[in-house]
Each structure stands twice: as structure tokens, then as C-alpha cells.
Design a protein around this ligand. Sequence first.
Ligand SMILES: Cc1cc2nc3c(=O)[nH]c(=O)nc-3n(C[C@H](O)[C@H](O)[C@H](O)COP(=O)(O)OP(=O)(O)OC[C@H]3O[C@@H](n4cnc5c(N)ncnc54)[C@H](O)[C@@H]3O)c2cc1C
Length: 501
Amino acid sequence: MKRLFTGLRGKPPQPSYDAVIIGAGIGGLICANLLAREGLRVLLVEQHYMVGGYCSTFRRKGFTFDAATHFYPLLGNPSTITGKLLLDLGITNGWVKMDPVDHFHFPDGSTFAVPADFDVYLSRLKQEFPHEAENLDRFFVLVREVYLSGLLTYFRWRETDRLDHYSYMTVRQALDQHFRDPKLKLLLAADCGHWGSPPSRTSFVFDSMLRLSYFLGNYYPRGGSQAFADELALRFEEFGGHILMSSSVERIVVGNKRACGVEINAGPAHTQQTYRVNAGVVISNADLMLTLERLIEPDHLDRDRVAAVRRLRPTHPCFLVHVGLKNMDVEELRAAHGYHWDSWDSDRVATNSFKIFVPTLYEPAMAPPGGQIVIVQKLTDIDYDSIADWTTHKAKVEDYIMQNLERVMPGFTQKVIVKLSASALTSHRYTLNHKGAMLGWEMSPDQLGENRPALNGMLKNLYFVGHWTQPGGGITPVIVSAMEVARKILNGSHKKAQKAA
Ligand SMILES: Cc1cc2nc3c(=O)[nH]c(=O)nc-3n(C[C@H](O)[C@H](O)[C@H](O)COP(=O)(O)OP(=O)(O)OC[C@H]3O[C@@H](n4cnc5c(N)ncnc54)[C@H](O)[C@@H]3O)c2cc1C
């Protein structure tokens, strides 16, 4: 796949930079842009040959598949903070707005499409559940209230007591307190798969923030996820940044109790070079356990704090099946896409539901002419370390998914041109995310705010961006982490960084 940006391409990095960023996921890319735009000399190091982490694509037989992410809330709406940020950075790629935002298929065969307009959504809910109309009003007044307080608390790090009653509430508790109808309860949590955890372990505040953000626009990137990530890399280079691809940071160098550089294995194995680069600050967008346990000598870190991080629960991994199709009726795909449930209990998200996503409904150019793409996402509740035979695991889950696709769309199998599956091991292999977790640590009430690893403070001059740190997982929180880290660095906690080296 042709890249928009050039990268250092065999040229060595400079001996020193103001900032070195480990990992070119969206967190690393956004932070790199914000620092380079202000004139800092920044090196971005990525172990993979593509940028984007979970926001990358791959190509087979003319089909371009999103490796993972496909919902990009807010980013195409310039009146939101993150949408405006992209505009300010000069991102012109373009976004396709989703309407309906999502589609749910229930165990009784009925369906519900979530419209992109909140008032239409609420009135459809009331039409379908007239006996819960008042409860719906009360519920969404609360959702709006915690959404606003949640933004202040989690996305702006402001202290407020407005969340006192709700910060420990799970989605399940909020639904049980407001509603009796089991179908409505499932409907309001039917998309919980995107949290990588069941509603009984997902924060009501975080869920409310996402739920309402959909009505400010939910988007698919024009040209797919890679087009977005590559353009971020291109802008970074235009700001003067350096990108070292297929290069892995092997160690964070510590001197005088501060992070002061990195050691890098650069280039593909057969031409590998080792570099040591000095850095005013080091920012890790890489997996947090990997950063703390493999990149930093244990003596430099507080053991109790590392042990506390190790005790956190990661989100479930997400199994994916990527299918390229020919001669498939687009209306049949439109009708089938969305979350499919065969249980009324939303806590069974990892066992009794899967999601069909059809990127070609938004961007036909992802497939060759006449082709369509189906991507199935299925959370898996696995004990990662106990799986010895990943081939058998993969075949079993893939088989389950293909049987379901054939059930939902009879004749589907005959239209398949290409089919690939990705397990938790695949997710780990390409991004090094701990146990292939989908969104870092679970966004459960006990793992948010100050209970989630902070953006800095583990070691002087070391920062974290991405879904393993505050505020949480998913594209919007990851961008927020990068904005906040850039703000901290630029706001003078690191004036010295510019002078370093
Ligand atoms: C299947 C799936 C579907 C998802 N769907 C959505 C969605 O629709 N909407 C949404 O908002 N979120 C979604 N998410 C979650 C979202 O993709 C992630 O939370 C987000 O992309 C994480 O971004 P990040 O910057 O933290 O890191 P990552 O994307 O994990 O990137 C980290 C980068 O660091 C690199 N790296 C690691 N170690 C090193 C090293 N030592 N040296 C150099 N480089 C290194 C990796 O190669 C990787 O490129 C989904 C996740 C999955 C798995």
C-alpha cells in the first residue's frame, strides 16, 4: 500500500530530540503532531510497517480491510473539540456520516435502527416502549447531566462533586434502576460490545458520554482508517517531525531518575541497526505493561505502583472475520449490518452477540468494482495465557461466525472471494497490546479517573498516551490523552525539553 508520508527510510535518526514517542497509534500520532506543530523536534518510532495501530488497514485481492476501528465519533464535526483539532492540524481526508448510527437485531427477530438525530431517536423509543416513556425521559435527563459532568471530570481533569452519585454506577445498574422492560434494557446496551466489557463492568458515565456523542456525528473515514492515520503522519512530517517505521523501542534510558532517551532496533530483521537517541521527554503510546515491565529497568520504578497497574483488568479482545464478497446484494447487507443478539441479557455480550459491519455501505472504494466487504467483530471471553492451540481456537470462532453469516444471509458463503480471521493473538502480534485487549483497561467505574494509570508521574520526563492511560479507551479518549500530554509538555512542565540536547 502506498504511503502518503516518507519516514526516515534507512536514514538514521538524529542523536537527540526534544521528544521521542514510542508507537504511532492515534494517541502517538496526535501527540506527535501537537508537539511538532509548536516547533519541538520530535521522533516517532513505530515497530510495525504501517502507522495507526488499531486504526490501520490491510489489503487482500483488491479489498482493503480496516484492521479494527470503524466508528469515529465526532471527528467529522468541526464544532466538537476533537473535530476542530483535526481541522486545525490540516486533516482534509473527509468523513462519511453514519445515519442510522447503528442497528440492533434482537433474539425475537425484531430490529431497531438508531437514527443520528437524538429527538427522532427518543421519540422512536417512546413509540416502541410507551409504557416506559416517562422513564425514558428521566433516564436521558440523567444521561445528559452525567455526560456534561463526565466531560469535565474525565476529559478535562477538573474537580467536581457533580458525579459523586454516579461515578461508581455501572451501565447495568443505571438501566435496572430506570427500566423494567427487558427488551428496552437490551436495546439501550445493545452496542456495549464497543466497550470491550459487559454493562455490569462498564461505567455509566463513560457510556453516557459516548452515547450522546453519537448524536453529534459518528463517522467513517473516507478511504478507510489508514487514510486517516497516514494523513496524520504526513502532517507530522510537514511540521518537521521524523518517523522511524519497522523500528522497535527496546529500552527507555533513565539517568538521574528521569527518562532521557531510548534504544531502538531499527529496520527489518535482516538490515537491523541499533540506535541510542537522547530525548528531553519520552512519551509511550505502547502497551503500558510492556512499557513498565520490558522497556524500563525495574529499579527505576516504584514496585507497588507497577503491581497496582498489573492488577487492573484489561478489556476483552475482539475476534474479527474480514470477508471480501462478489455479487452480494447491497440491500441484504444493509439489512444485516449491526449487532446481533441471541440472548436478552446484555452481560452476555462476549458469548451471545456479534457485530456485522459493512464498510462499503459508507465507502464503496474499499472493495474492487462490484465487490462488498463484511467485517464481523466478536468479543471473546478467553483466558489468553491458557490457549495453547491458537489455530484451533481461530478455526472454532471463525466457524461459529461463518455459520451465523450464512444463517442471517442465506447463500452468503458462495459470494466469498477472500476471508481472513484475526484472534487476540493477531491483535497482539501487530500492535503488542497486552493479551490483544481491545481498548486498554476496562472502562469500569473502579478503573477510571484517578484509579486509571495517570498520564505522567511514574518517572520524571516520561508520559503515556493512548488507551492504557487516562481518560480511557476508544478514539475520542485516546485523542484527549494525547492533547493533554501535549498541553502538559508545552505548558512549561518541560521548558527544559527544548533546551535538552
Ligand atoms: C476490533 C477493534 C475495534 C475497535 N473499534 C473501535 C471503534 O469503532 N471506535 C473506537 O473509538 N474505538 C474502537 N476500538 C478501540 C480503539 O481502536 C483503540 O482504543 C485505539 O485505537 C487505541 O489507540 P492507541 O493510540 O492507544 O494505541 P494502538 O492503536 O494500540 O497503537 C499503539 C502503537 O504502538 C506501537 N508499539 C507498541 N510497542 C512499541 C515499541 N516498543 N516500539 C515501537 N512501537 C511500538 C504499536 O505497533 C501500535 O502501532 C476498537 C478496537 C479493536 C481492537
